[in-house]
Design a protein around this ligand. Sequence first.
Ligand code: SAM
Length: 240
Amino acid sequence: MDRFLGSKRSHGILLIEGEELNHLFAKRLKAGQELEVFVEGKLYLCTLEKLSRSYASCLIKREIENPTPLPMINLYQCVPVELKNMDLIVEKVSEVGAFKLTPVISDRSFQSKGVIEKKLERWKRIALASFKQCRRPKPLDIDQPIHLKDIRADAQLNLFLDSFEKERSIKDLNLNGIKTINLVVGPEGGFTSQESEFLKSLGFLPIRLYPYILRSETASILGVGLLMNLSILSLPTYQE
Ligand code: SAM
C-alpha cells in the first residue's frame, strides 16, 4: 500500500499538501482507496476522501502500530570529510534497519558542530523518504551531533568498526538476547590510536569486517545490515 507524509491532522481527518500531494497524483490514487499517512510521528491507515488541486483529505480508519525490529542499533557515525556522503549513509542504514543515527565529530572528521547542525533537516528528510520507500515502522531517528569523547557505552553490546582489529569479527559475537547495540564507525581517515584506545576503555569492542578495507559508508551499511540479520535467529525479532 502506498505511504504518504501528511501535513496536519484535525480530528479524524489528515491532510496531504504541497510536494507530497504531487506524489499522490503521480500514484494516481482515487477517492475511496486506502493509503497510509504519517503525521506527527504516527502512522495511520486511511481512506482517501477528497482530492483537490491544493490538498487531499484522508479519513483515519486506525493507527498502525508495527513493532520495532530488534536489535535497536544506534549508529554513531563519525562525520565524513565529504559531508555529502552522509546522504547515502542515512538512506542506506535506514533501509538495513538502524534505529538511530548519531553524527559524531572525531579528530579526523574536520567538521564543526554548526556545519553539521545545518544538515540535520536534510538528513531527516532523507530518512522520511526512505521510511516511505522501505516501509519501516518508524523513520530512522537522527540525533543531534556529539563529540567522540561524549559517546557512552550504554547499550547491551557496544562495538566499533576497526580495520586494524585482528581477532574479532561479527560472527564471533554472541548476539543471543541482545536488544540494544551501539556501533561506532570511523570517518574516511579512520580513528586516531588515542580514539581507539578511548573507545576500548569505555567498553567498546573492536570488530573487523572481512576481507578488505571498506569506505566508511560501506562499513556502516554492511555493519548494521549484518548485525540485524545475524540477530534474527537469536531473538524474538520485534520489540512489542
Ligand atoms: N586505514 C584507515 C584506518 O585508519 O582505519 C581506514 C579507514 S576506513 C576507510 C573508515 C572507517 O570504516 C574505519 O575507521 C572503520 O570504522 C571502518 N572500516 C572500514 N573497513 C573496515 C574493516 N574492514 N573492518 C572494520 N572497520 C572498517
